[in-house]
Design a protein around this ligand. Structure first.
Ligand SMILES: Cc1ncc(COP(=O)(O)O)c(C=O)c1O
Length: 384
């Protein structure tokens, strides 16, 4: 065995010994909620396709029409020739929905965070990040080479203390948080974070990957409460409720222009395929037309938490925390035997000792199946 393979095998053995080895399992998605996996048909409570738009006939048709008109791929970086005409339409729609001056679309959410943050913060800058924020925020933060500090989850006082102690030593400061936390489903206290940021001349950026389309009438987490919180940097992805692919930043015209010029993951990466951009436009149109439909995933999540005896869901994401990796795998296997796909989420995606089922609810989950899942979670998982 070569030293390279020996290295890979020893790493794999180590992961397996900690129950952290992951197998990529082929999964055929039949429609918005049913999947076929290992020869079995399962009702999925693990997709981020909250509005089931990946399978929506009009959206698929928009993607097909865009392929026919503009081709299968974009052919180059957006700054060369890859910015096909659909991009401008999508960016206008995103800025409208988020009520910002402008928007810019990236190849994915991961690419967006990896590209935006280093444009805003350099070696002399300060980054304050919620400890449970998504991995790609940390990736972007480390690429910036600034000082990265984490604050306790949703603890605005802790963020303020850190700013008070460290802000003076840095030229610029950025607070970054998920708007809806991807593994816990709770919302960030955006109004308090924005006030804190403003008090210390820091900038606030939200990652609204799991908010767009399902929270705040579909506009996202900064529209969740009674008033709109004017977060100056609203990043997100088109791969969850929007049902397509791609990332975005909604911000002022100047910031968007700067990001377009300087974000390396935009400048040096090929534009999205026309089909993907067309699907996202069609999805945003549908959400704008049907805000009641956008409310269904959270309503279904709340029906589940009420029946399962869990704290009320704030978003379509409901964690069922069981602790140990083996317990999460066993719970997932039990639910699979009952016909449900409920993925076990283990460290390092979540903190050690907090392995869980991460359940996601969509607009089209039938009420009787939600009730059956709740019964199993309540009596067979939480009661242990
Ligand atoms: C909070 C959050 N941010 C960013 C991403 C990355 O987005 P994408 O899948 O478009 O790369 C994800 C999804 O994986 C996410 O959950």
């Amino acid at each position: 065995m070569s030293s390279l393979d020996r290295f890979a095998q020893s790493k794999l053995d180590d992961l397996a010994s900690r129950n952290q080895y992951r197998r990529v399992i082929e999964t055929r998605r039949e429609d918005g909620i049913w999947v076929e996996r290992d020869g079995r048909r399962l009702l999925s409570f693990s997709c981020n396709d909250y509005l089931n738009l990946t399978q929506h006939p009009a959206i698929k048709q928009a993607a097909i029409a865009a392929t026919e008109r503009y081709g299968a791929g974009s052919g180059a970086s957006r700054l060369v020739t890859g910015s096909h005409p659909l991009y401008a339409e999508l960016e206008t729609r995103l800025a409208e929905i988020k009520q910002t001056e402008a928007a810019v679309v990236f190849g994915s959410g991961y690419l967006a965070n990896s590209g935006i943050i280093p444009v805003l913060i350099g070696r002399d800058g300060l980054l304050l990040i919620d400890e449970l924020a998504h991995a790609c925020i940390f990736a972007g933060a480390h690429l910036s080479r600034g000082t990265v500090l984490t604050f306790r989850h949703n603890d605005v006082d802790h963020a303020r203390e850190l700013l008070c102690s460290h802000r003076g030593a840095h030229d610029r400061a950025l607070i970054v948080t998920d708007g809806v936390f991807s593994m816990d489903g709770d919302l960030a206290p955006l109004d308090a974070l924005l006030a804190t940021a403003d008090a210390y001349d820091a900038w606030l950026m939200t990652d609204d990957a799991h908010g767009l389309g399902v929270i705040g009438g579909g506009r996202g987490s900064s529209f969740a409460g009674n008033g709109h919180v004017p977060v100056p940097l609203q990043m997100g992805t088109l791969s969850k409720a929007i049902g397509a692919y791609g990332g975005y930043l909604c911000a002022s015209a100047a910031v968007v222009d700067l990001v377009r010029n300087r974000a390396r993951t935009l400048v040096y990466s090929t534009g999205l395929p026309p089909a993907t951009v067309a699907a996202a436009i069609a999805a945003l149109d549908l959400i704008a037309r049907e805000p009641d439909y956008a409310a269904l995933p959270v309503r279904n999540a709340r029906a589940f938490t009420a029946a399962a005896g869990l704290p009320e869901a704030q978003s379509p994401i409901v964690p069922v925390i069981v602790g140990a990796e083996e317990a999460a795998l066993a719970a997932s296997a039990m639910l699979a035997r009952e016909g449900f796909l409920a993925a076990a989420i283990r460290p390092p995606t979540v903190a050690p000792g907090t392995a869980r089922l991460r359940l996601t609810f969509t607009a089209q989950h039938p009420a009787d199946q939600i009730a059956r899942l709740a019964g199993l979670v309540r009596h067979q998982i939480m009661a242990r």
